[in-house]
Design a protein around this ligand. Structure first.
Ligand SMILES: Nc1nc2c(c(=O)[nH]1)N[C@H]1C(S)=C(S)[C@@H](COP(=O)(O)OP(=O)(O)OC[C@H]3O[C@@H](n4cnc5c(N)ncnc54)[C@H](O)[C@@H]3O)O[C@H]1N2
Ligand code: MOO
Ligand code: MG
Length: 414
């Protein structure tokens, strides 16, 4: 008799997966290797930035009070007593009527409190004249205006992007404490599968899910162990899954999770004594996506159908990995866009449509069945249509999940 599975809502499935995440611990990496990692310590400003009052322009540092009353008819003259570039410190203490020729980034000399840009002066070499008064601290980049010593700058759990690297470098982090990455394994199941390099044979297809998942992981900066392909044989698949699960934190399989005569993943989970978090989700594609946990290891049973496999990874595997790394922003960012063409099919389950999003409108990326490969290639986003809705007309405002962004969002908003 065919097993009847009870579908659970997508949000609940995501919740169940996230809850099982086990922290992986942290490690120290060189700053140059920190891009793409998850920061595992809060980043506080260990000094003011900038660390001293400095000139934001190429010009002349003056005492603002000496500029009082300056006008076009009554130009004020300053004697230039020193000349400094960024990196140099003037030893002079500027007195009344004096100025220091100063370049952008150089610290303001003692006594000065304003900077006159070159363009605002008539420069005769040893002296300058100006035609307007300057206020105290006019054209001065103030110590601590960017970051104050002791201020919390970046939370632990943040994705380290190039801007984060700049701040880490600013505070002298030659080494950075980051989250360890999980060891992830991929196994493609299916007697029909051929390796990428093999010629087609009757009844067979090439394994596209394995390389696809590898690339989805790579997009997250995660490398993986690949366990290749296994034929649909219970004992053989069980042995590979068991061995692979021992060597990994997360084992991703594709295929064999539905109710077919050669779908052995449910039996494998049972033999392993794994806890099934769910085996049916109210979504399309990917309704048969199964997630189990055995000995603290995740077993992601993604569907064999390529679009379902792809979607299952983005919705469940991705946030689980991020959670294990202590990341704060687990979810694909959501936006809304105008549907660029009719989508006539009704949606008994929440539907995720591979789509191309151009910043304003979104268009389904062609053949959109669960078994489609082409639409995964053409799409850069997923349109999300809620379950229990009928077809959508061109012009409707729809939810869109963005794919391939470095850092997601902290809130699940669907
Ligand atoms: N009676 C029912 N039949 C099916 C149901 C159902 O509820 N009742 N669910 C359907 C849905 S929905 C999906 S999705 C598929 C899921 O199938 P499995 O996850 O068990 O995957 P397989 O049966 O192994 O393969 C399905 C399909 O995908 C192709 N495939 C498999 N692996 C790969 C790979 N690595 N690269 C590319 N393509 C792959 C495979 O050849 C099949 O065509 O079940 C429905 N059936
Ligand atoms: O799991 Mo299936 O993808 O809903 O077609
Ligand atoms: Mg099947």
């Amino acid at each position: 008799m065919v097993e009847h599975r009870k579908p659970i809502p997508v949000a609940e499935a995501v919740e169940r997966v996230i809850k099982k995440a086990q922290a992986l611990g942290t490690q120290q990496v060189a700053l140059g290797d920190s891009y793409g990692r998850i920061l595992a310590e809060p980043l506080k400003a260990s000094h003011d930035v900038p660390p001293f009052n400095r000139s934001p322009y190429d010009g002349f540092a003056i005492r603002s009070k000496d500029s009082m009353g300056a006008s076009g008819e009554n130009r004020k003259r300053f004697e230039v007593i020193d000349h400094i570039g960024a990196g140099a410190v003037s030893e002079k203490v500027v007195q009344e009527g004096q100025a220091v020729r100063i370049m952008t980034g150089a610290p303001l000399p003692a006594g000065t409190d304003a900077v006159v840009m070159f363009e605002q002066t008539i420069d005769s070499g040893s002296s300058i004249t100006i035609r307007k008064p300057f206020e105290a601290l006019e054209n001065v980049s103030l110590q601590g205006e960017d970051m104050k010593r002791g201020a919390a700058i970046i939370d632990s759990g943040s994705f380290i992007h190039p801007g984060t690297v700049a701040v880490l470098a600013t505070f002298g982090y030659a080494e950075v404490q980051v989250a360890k990455r999980p060891v992830v394994g991929i196994l493609a199941t299916g007697t029909e599968l051929l390796d990428v390099s093999e010629p087609l044979q009757p009844g067979k297809i090439r394994n596209s899910n394995g390389p696809m998942i590898e690339a989805q992981l790579a997009r997250m900066g995660i490398s993986c162990k690949t366990y290749g392909m296994s034929v649909d044989d219970l004992d053989e698949s069980f042995n590979v899954v068991k061995a692979a699960a021992e060597e990994t934190d997360i084992l991703i399989t594709t295929g064999g999770v539905s109710v077919g005569d050669f779908d052995f993943l449910p039996a494998i989970y049972e033999r392993l004594g794994a806890e099934i978090l769910f085996n049916k989700v109210a979504m399309r594609p990917g309704s048969v996506t199964t997630v189990a946990v055995a000995d603290g290891k995740y077993l992601f049973g993604l569907s064999g159908n390529p679009s379902a496999c792809f979607t299952g990874f983005e919705l469940f595997v991705r946030p689980a990995i991020l959670k294990m790394m202590g990341a704060e922003k687990l979810y694909l960012p959501r936006t809304q866009a105008v549907l660029a063409e009719d989508f006539a099919k009704p949606n008994p389950f929440t539907r995720f449509i591979r789509a191309s999003y151009d910043g304003l409108s979104v268009r389904p990326a062609g053949f959109n069945m669960s078994n489609a490969v082409s639409s995964i290639a053409r799409g850069n986003a997923l349109i999300v249509l809620p379950g229990g809705t009928r077809g959508y007309q061109e012009g409707a405002l729809v939810d869109v999940l963005l794919l391939g962004v470095e850092e997601g969002t902290a809130r699940w908003t669907l």
